[in-house]
Design a protein around this ligand. Structure first.
Ligand SMILES: N[C@@H](CCC(=O)N[C@@H](CS)C(=O)NCC(=O)O)C(=O)O
Length: 222
């Protein structure tokens, strides 16, 4: 693995970058992190050249070839560094994992964002209810299991865990606690946050809360 040249264009608060960092840590892949921390103020030439379509992080550069979109990047990592697979090998379980991956990608981040960008009590209540409805299915699928695929931490856990770094902000602005609604999901969050690959990859929740305060001011929510 030492011969691979791996770089990650990343932004400290991005839940999509955090999930890629967890995958890289799980696979024990050495990489250089190149921070793109001024996404709102100006993007680097390297980012614009690597991801001209969406101009977003994360971008994985493997031997200078860009791989784009976090879920696609994690699938790529799993294929290239194939020991300790993240996706199940059985076709049915793999299809199931991809279904939940797609569900998480479509729903969780946008519903959470709707909470901290909501204006007025009614909008906040509606956003909170929609978010909790989405979590309901994730909580349900964890029944009797430590991880989404069963006994082993894997693909779906990695996709969701990056997004959980923003949950304290959703809880704060939606005035709720995930644990009061979904104890299985809350226990899963505690379990996965204790994992080394996760704790070393997720940003400090206080720092994210302060970042959200700044974003709310910037977007005129406050
Ligand atoms: N679907 C993308 C989402 C990536 C994304 O939203 N990145 C944000 C940071 S969290 C970004 O680069 N934003 C800058 C922009 O959209 O201009 C993925 O999974 O990689």
């Amino acid at each position: 693995m030492g011969k691979d040249d791996v770089k990650l264009l990343s932004m400290w608060a991005s839940p999509f970058c955090m999930r890629v960092k967890v995958a890289l840590a799980e696979k024990d892949i050495a990489y250089e992190e190149i921070l793109e921390n001024n996404l709102l103020g100006g993007k680097t030439e390297l980012l614009l050249k690597s991801n001209p379509v969406h101009q977003q992080v994360p971008v994985l550069l493997h031997d200078n070839k860009p791989i784009l979109e976090s879920t696609n990047i994690i699938t790529y990592i799993d294929e290239v560094w194939s020991s300790k697979p993240l996706l199940p090998t059985c076709a049915y379980e793999k299809a199931r994992a991809r279904f939940w991956a797609d569900y998480i990608d479509r729903k969780v981040h946008s519903a959470g964002r709707a909470i901290w960008t909501a204006k007025g009590e009614d909008e906040v209540e509606a956003a909170k209810a929609a978010f909790l409805d989405i979590l309901k299915f994730l909580d349900g699928t964890l029944a009797g299991k430590d991880y989404f695929a069963g006994d082993n931490f894997g693909f779906v856990d990695i996709l969701l865990v990056g997004l959980t770094s923003w949950f304290p902000a959703y809880e704060k602005y939606g005035s709720f606690k995930v644990e009061d609604h979904y104890p299985k999901l809350a226990a899963w969050i505690t379990r996965v946050h204790a994992r080394e690959s996760v704790s070393e990859s997720l940003a400090n929740p206080e720092k994210i809360l302060n970042f959200v305060v700044m974003l709310r001011q910037m977007f005129g929510v406050e």
